[in-house]
Every structure is written in C-alpha cells, then in structure tokens.
Design a protein around this ligand. Structure first.
Ligand code: Y12
Ligand code: CO
Length: 171
C-alpha cells in the first residue's frame, strides 16, 4: 500500500520517534508499505515519521548501476545507533518531505551502525559514501530534524522564501 508522505512545514516532522519493541506482522507490513511508498516517490530513503508513524524505523535502497532498486538491496533499519563516526563530507541532499529542494549538507564520511532488522536481530554495518549520508539523513528524521536545519542562516532564509513561493504556486 502506498502511504501519503507528509511535507514541510508539517509539525509532525519535528516528532522524536519512539523505539520499536514489537517485531511483529504489523511492523513487517508497515516496512513493506514504506518500501513501496519510497519506490513510488522515486526516493532512496524514507523514515517512518515521513508517513506519520513516530517509530524508529527507516528504509534505504540505493540504486544499482542500472538505476534499479531491487528488494535485495533494501536495508530495513530499526532502532539505529551510530558508532564511531569519522571524517566530514559534503553532499547535495534532497528529501521527499521537502520536495523540489536540494542543498549541500555536511555529514560524517564513514560510520558503524548498530540496529535491529525486522525480526529484532541485532545487526552491524560499516557505511561509507552515499550510504553513510543516507543513514545520517534518515536518523535525523527519527530525531525530528530535517536537513534544512543544517543550512547557514542565509541559505535557510533563501530556502524559506523559495519554498513559500513554491507552495503558493501549487495552490
Ligand atoms: C543522500 C541524500 C539524502 C538522502 C535521503 C533520501 N532522499 C530521497 O530519497 C529524496 C528523494 C526525492 C525525490 C523526488 O522526486 C523526484 O525526483 C521525482 C523529489 O521531488 C522533487 O524534487 C520534486 C525530492 C526528493 C539519501 C542520500
Ligand atoms: Co528526508
């Protein structure tokens, strides 16, 4: 099922999401819906709060060389914890909850992630490059933060002006 994605400035996006404790069929169906919703919207990452569910769950599926995002590449990440972040890198980020806007954001280069899979098993992964950036972007959503909050004062002001204009034109 494709779920509606909430967009800025919806206040729900500021929610601090809660830990998942039940790794049951309901969670599995929700994760399936998140994957379907992300693909439908041409996304590579989606956090549960973006579809109005305040739980610490996110999905990431980076495209392969052909631009496909098969289920085998899908990462379902629950209750994530970043360990040992290293270095700094810049990347032009976009977000399905801030449509039409892309900006350079600074992130850690590499990290180790501890998380649970859909069955509640504890997993670890080492992330670099785009995966590391996507993980940090999505975990920020679980903490109620958007990438636009990392912009400088002037870039944020410019964004607010352009975004307001875009919303007005959409009406
Ligand atoms: C690097 C940086 C950020 C992330 C987080 C995941 N972000 C996305 O998946 C964003 C996708 C996105 C897709 C859009 O739709 C189309 O391009 C058709 C979009 O819409 C518009 O720009 C109108 C905005 C964002 C992961 C890795
Ligand atoms: Co986002």
């Amino acid at each position: 099922m494709i779920l509606p994605i909430i967009t800025y400035p919806n206040k729900l996006l500021k929610t601090l999401s809660r830990e998942v404790s039940d790794f049951d069929g309901e969670l599995h169906r929700f994760l399936d819906d998140m994957y379907e919703t992300m693909l439908h919207s041409n996304g590579i990452g989606l956090a549960a709060i973006q579809v109005a569910n305040p739980i610490r769950a996110l999905v990431i599926c980076l495209p392969d060389e052909e631009g496909n995002q098969p289920r085998e590449n899908l990462l379902e990440i629950i209750n994530p914890l970043i360990l040992d972040p290293q270095g700094n890198t810049m990347y032009q980020e976009g977000c399905l909850s801030v449509p039409g806007f892309y900006e350079d954001v600074e992130r850690f280069c590499t990290l180790t992630l501890r998380y649970h899979d859909r069955y509640g098993n504890e997993c670890h992964l080492e992330a670099t490059d785009l995966l590391s950036i996507a993980i940090q972007h999505e975990i920020d959503h679980l903490d109620g933060k958007l990438f636009i909050e990392k912009l400088s004062y002037n870039r944020r002001k410019k964004f607010e002006k352009e975004y307001k204009k875009m919303l007005k034109e959409k009406k």
